[in-house]
Design a protein around this ligand. Structure first.
Ligand SMILES: *Cc1c(COP(=O)(O)O)cnc(C)c1O
Length: 414
């Protein structure tokens, strides 16, 4: 049948306890739903965009003029960040999980020559791009960074700050230092770390381009804006060589945010039809982050992640991650190999945890915007119940007692 009309789409509320998206604050949804219909050149929409840009600079910790939001998801921001990479450019990309692997693919697509791309359009091999693979579960270290950059002396280097696939934090201080010393332009995927970790990108001058996303640390799932920021050095490269895109061109896209000829202006000019709803939601998400402060959110993530990790270890799991918004772990021996099954059971009950998306199969439980004792206890209880049903041997009372005591000592310490 060709013309079928479906009933209205109902999507249930779930407990989003994965690597992302995070739980959107009701105040953000309220701004989204209660904004009026207004076009993309209406005065308050434009003012909102200019205010977003300024708040975003504070969240990033930067004085980079070219700091703004890219309509879409994390990959949209990353595409803008990689828009300056041209066919034949030399690149070193450090890859230690699912997301940096895809970033590596994007870089190969951008840097491939026409012949290389035609040879394998969806997965080109590219002589000028060196992918440095770090085993799953490990971080990119200072030594690997320095050795690889000294050996290849590329134009560009790429790394994920926090690799969400394996839950590992990579060393951006060493990355920035090596890039600076060797005159390499650093590019960083900060999709998972922005708004979760307390860092200022201006402390890493070797990194020329940064890209993040709306739905993780910024907690703004209503499809809004992927934050990006570029140094003058990056913009100079674009000015001399250009980029093969209109919509994702960092200089052109910045105009709607009131950044013209490298200067802040009061009102943006047309680049594309921005949504007043999206601008209002993004604005509120940034406001809430700054009201609470990035530093205090980061401290809160650290505390809650430590309790969650401790509880999982008490349940016999082995944690291999070191991010503070996400715990990646293996099940105890008696349940080993059943990771996918347990994840499926949890998901069928509206408890949205995740497996790893590349081998080995591990479980990922995230705490984005779940920064209360009640929320963490609920997450542990839900997962613990499924483990016990599956044959694990521990008592939930004992685990809840552990959580209670852990929070008591965390609160005493603070
Ligand atoms: C989530 C994530 C992405 C992709 O973000 P989308 O919002 O799904 O486009 C890219 N890189 C990292 C490190 C991520 O965690």
């Amino acid at each position: 049948m060709l013309d079928q009309i479906y009933p209205q789409l109902e999507i249930p509320h779930t407990l989003a306890a994965g690597p992302g998206p995070g739980n959107t604050d009701p105040r953000v949804l309220d701004r989204f739903a209660n904004s009026g219909v207004a076009d993309h050149m209406q005065a308050d929409v434009l003012r909102g965009m200019v205010e977003c840009k300024k708040m975003l600079r504070q969240v990033f910790g930067t004085s980079n003029v070219h700091t703004f939001g890219v309509a879409g998801t994390g990959w949209s921001g990353l595409d803008v960040m990689m828009s300056a990479v041209m066919p034949g450019d030399s690149v070193v990309a450090f890859v230690n999980g699912t997301f940096s692997t895809i970033d590596g693919l994007t870089l190969r697509m951008k840097a491939a020559t026409a012949e290389e791309l035609a040879e394998s359009p969806l997965d080109p091999s590219c002589a000028s791009v060196k992918i440095i693979e770090i085993p799953h579960g490990q971080s990119v270290t200072e030594e690997i960074i320095r050795e690889s950059l000294e050996e290849h002396k590329p134009k560009w280097a790429f790394m994920a700050h926090w690799e969400t696939g394996s839950g590992r934090v990579n060393d951006i201080a060493s990355f920035s230092k090596s890039c600076e010393q060797l005159g390499v332009l650093g590019l960083v995927d900060a999709v998972s770390s922005l708004g979760v970790e307390n860092f200022s990108i201006d402390d890493y001058p070797g990194v020329a381009g940064w890209a993040s996303c709306p739905q993780k640390g910024i907690c703004c799932l209503p499809l809004t804006y992927a934050p990006v920021s570029f140094t003058e050095t990056y913009i100079d490269v674009l000015k001399t060589r250009g980029a093969r895109t209109f919509v994702h061109h960092p200089i052109l896209e910045a105009r709607h945010w009131g950044i013209i000829d490298g200067q802040d202006v009061d009102k943006g000019t047309y680049h594309r039809t921005h949504s007043g709803y999206a601008v209002a939601a993004f604005h509120e998400a940034l406001r809430l982050t700054l009201l609470e402060t990035v530093a205090s959110r980061a401290a809160s993530y650290r505390m809650h992640e430590a309790v969650l990790k401790g509880a999982l270890e008490k349940m016999g799991c082995t944690v291999t991650s070191n991010m503070t918004s996400l715990v990646v772990f293996n099940l105890p021996v008696e349940l080993a190999g059943r990771e996918m099954e347990l994840v499926q059971v949890c998901r069928s009950r509206g408890f949205g945890i995740w497996p790893t998306l590349s081998k080995p199969v591990q479980i990922r439980i995230g705490i984005l915007n779940q920064l209360t004792q009640t929320a963490i206890t609920e997450i542990v209880r839900r997962f613990g119940d499924v483990m016990i049903e599956s044959g694990a041997n521990f008592s939930m009372c004992f685990i809840e007692e552990y959580i209670f005591e852990a929070y008591k000592s965390e609160t005493a310490a603070a």
